[in-house]
Write a protein that binds this ligand. Structure first.
Ligand code: TRP
Ligand code: SF4
Length: 336
């Protein structure tokens, strides 16, 4: 355990996760968890930076994300799964880091600009950007440095934040003449990009996603609505999988080479209609999701256990976080 490199990553609890999150993030976490000492955070404070006045679903969202992680195979016996707000050491560290972070570093952060724009689009004006939202990347830095993590698996959209975390870690080390904090590095993994069923980016706000929590029936129904080759109108029109915007893309992700060859053949020779093709795809996806659904049903029947998992993980995280915080406080030469 001790000689393993450490990984830290997190997600804001904003609702149920979709298949894109599963393929793009969770499967990756699951693959990493044996090789690295992993800390995975449900970042509820980060959710609060934009949703501070919309908290009715907070508890449910935390639980939904947790269920999604667990049923996807993130293993609380192997990784440390915790709730950000249950590890107050991160808040302490955030204060110290906020002191040494130049304001213009935060202002430059492109992801923060995007977030600010979202707020603006919701009629909030830029100058209403809250102090907390402004501190978003510093809080994220605190998340990472709380565990002195080496690597941060994130999507491309979060890389700028991690770069800032490196800069802050380095600045801390320079200011206090130490090498206390490891400069964390983003860890990008090549993952297949899953489009939404309408051909746009998959996202819950576009209503084009398949949730991990969806039943087999709903999944099938959603697949049946997916975009195909728009030139193939009738069943006896010959199709072209390369022009099949969504469904064939999904096949490439969920099917094996034999199945792909079979789909291509049926499509190009018009021996298989799009409806049949989609039904087969839905069956394929449902087969792959069956174990996750089984696990979810089991967990949903024992929500006390689910709650325990989060509290146990958070306690474990606290212990490690306290060690790192104590060291930082010493380095800064605070009175103890
Ligand atoms: N900001 C990340 C996101 O929106 C979530 C997050 C919070 C995170 N803390 C983190 C990611 C620490 C990596 C490391 O996706
Ligand atoms: Fe797409 Fe399948 Fe229809 Fe061909 S048969 S256009 S691959 S949905």
């Amino acid at each position: 355990m001790e000689n393993k490199k450490r990984i830290m990553s997190g997600m804001r609890p904003t609702g149920k996760l979709h298949l894109g999150h599963y393929l793009g993030v969770l499967k990756n976490w699951v693959n990493l968890q044996n090789e690295y000492d992993c800390y995975f955070s449900i970042a509820d404070w980060h959710a609060l930076t934009t949703k501070y006045n919309d908290t009715d679903l907070m508890k449910q969202n935390v639980r939904d994300v947790l269920l999604d992680w667990l049923c996807a195979g993130v293993d609380p016996e192997v990784s440390t799964i915790y709730l950000q707000s249950l590890v107050p050491q991160t808040a302490s560290l955030h204060i110290y880091l906020s002191m040494i972070t130049p304001q213009n570093w935060v202002e430059r952060d492109p992801t923060l600009k995007d977030l600010a724009k979202i707020m603006k689009d919701k009629q909030e004006n830029m100058s209403n950007l809250s102090y907390g939202l402004f501190g978003y990347p510093v809080l994220m830095t605190a998340d990472i440095l709380t565990f002195n993590a080496h690597l941060v698996p994130v999507g491309i959209d979060q890389v700028a934040h991690v770069e800032l975390s490196r800069d802050i870690a380095r600045r801390f080390n320079n200011i206090y003449k130490t090498d206390y904090f490891i400069e964390p590095q983003p860890k990008l993994t090549q993952v297949p990009l899953l489009k939404g069923l309408d051909g746009n980016k998959m996202g819950k706000s576009f209503n084009n996603d398949i949730k991990l929590a969806d039943s087999a029936e709903i999944t099938q129904k959603k697949i049946m609505s997916g975009i195909t080759d728009r030139n193939r109108i009738r069943k006896d029109d010959k199709g072209n999988p390369n022009n099949c915007e969504v469904i064939y893309d999904y096949w490439k992700i969920f099917g094996n080479s034999e199945e792909l060859a079979c789909v291509c053949d049926g499509c190009q020779n018009a021996t298989m209609g799009c409806a049949e093709c989609k039904r087969k795809l839905a069956a394929k996806i449902n087969e792959q999701l069956a174990p996750l659904r089984e696990k979810r049903a089991e967990l949903e029947n024992d929500l006390d256990k689910v709650n325990d998992i989060l509290h146990t993980g958070s306690k474990k995280a606290q212990i490690e976080a306290q060690k790192v915080l104590d060291g930082a406080v010493d380095v800064i030469k605070m009175y103890k």
